[in-house]
Design a protein around this ligand. Structure first.
Ligand SMILES: Cc1cc2nc3c(=O)[nH]c(=O)nc-3n(C[C@H](O)[C@H](O)[C@H](O)COP(=O)(O)OP(=O)(O)OC[C@H]3O[C@@H](n4cnc5c(N)ncnc54)[C@H](O)[C@@H]3O)c2cc1C
Length: 283
């Protein structure tokens, strides 16, 4: 069954197809581990082990396919994810849609002073409305020029070739594509594009895409959230700081040891994960 959700005024995400599921990941892993999987026999343990140790090729056995309608500037960010296969609407063959992205006032923010690639805050409502009005007026002018060039206004001749007429369209104009990617690279895409550092518009797409896939692979997405999405890694220098702190405060190490043996609080970690944590802090 196709799942569909509208994004902004004109866009949408449709989950067209998904090949495989948690079982296909576990089955593929068992081929490589063979007899060895007896000790980690259930799928959840096995998949969590794979994701935790970045043994990711079994995740590639699952593929997700979307139909997306999105502004060209979001499409440009999407195509940077090179492992996906895609097929896009042709502006050479077909007439481009009149739909253009105009941000809601809530999205209209000033340039951040601390992050060249981000938005700041504190823009008055009147400036928000003025900026929105300018965006709207200029996309309307571009659409009028496009209509004129393709011949909608000048019936005397057949109009300019579509492949050149489209050059006047803004990057807010909508395009459509089919986009297919394996689960390992989909997780990589989600981690990058659901993050606060990504542009808010692509975040909106990535979050909806992720939520559509989640119920189809509940064990793999749970492992992704635990070991990738909500985790972080430390540099060698940061590890030195943490180890220095642990050595300076022996109580901290004892506290970890107590937690490991605690019946009440264990943070949802398996016995094996407690052993791995101990190995990390003893390095
Ligand atoms: C917040 C943010 C800001 C960004 N800003 C910019 C910017 O200013 N300018 C800009 O140009 N891009 C920018 N990007 C795009 C970014 O540099 C990556 O191109 C994009 O995120 C795709 O990441 P990727 O290459 O890891 O993913 P994918 O292309 O999906 O590849 C997945 C993984 O496959 C492997 N892989 C794929 N192709 C190759 C290859 N040819 N060689 C080796 N390994 C490969 C890599 O391990 C890679 O991580 C930005 C991205 C984000 C999230």
């Amino acid at each position: 069954m196709v799942k569909e959700q509208k994004i902004h005024e004109h866009g949408f995400v449709r989950l067209i197809d998904i090949m495989g599921g948690d079982n296909s990941i576990a089955d593929a892993a068992r081929v490589s581990y063979g007899e060895g999987t007896r000790s980690v026999s259930d799928n959840r343990n096995l998949i969590r082990y794979l994701v935790r140790h970045k043994h990711t090729s079994p995740l590639e056995m699952v593929e997700v396919k979307f139909h997306l309608k999105l502004p060209i500037f979001v499409m440009r960010q999407l195509v940077r994810h090179r492992t996906a296969s895609l097929n896009e609407y042709s502006g050479r063959y077909s007439i481009m849609s009149n739909d253009c992205y105009v941000p809601e006032t809530e999205y209209i923010q000033p340039q951040s002073q601390i992050n060249n690639q981000g938005r700041g805050d504190n823009l008055s409502d009147s400036w928000k409305r003025k900026y929105q009005q300018t965006i709207r007026e200029y996309k309307d002018k571009c659409l009028v020029a496009y209509d004129y060039l393709i011949g909608n206004e000048t019936v005397a001749h057949g109009g300019l070739t579509r492949e050149l007429a489209r050059t006047v369209l803004p990057v807010s104009n909508y395009t459509e594509c089919y986009w297919k990617i394996d689960l390992h690279n989909f997780f990589h895409f989600c981690r990058l594009r659901m993050d606060d550092h990504a542009q808010r518009e692509i975040q909106d797409y990535a979050k909806v895409m992720y939520e559509m896939v989640k119920p189809e692979v509940p064990i793999a997405t749970e492992a992704f959230e635990d070991y990738s999405l909500y985790s972080t890694s430390y540099s060698r220098m940061e590890m030195d700081v943490l180890n220095y702190v642990l050595k300076s405060f022996p109580d901290a190490k004892a506290c970890i040891e107590n937690l490991k043996n605690s019946e009440d609080v264990n943070f949802g970690m398996s016995k094996r994960e407690w052993v791995e944590l101990k190995e990390k802090i003893n390095k």
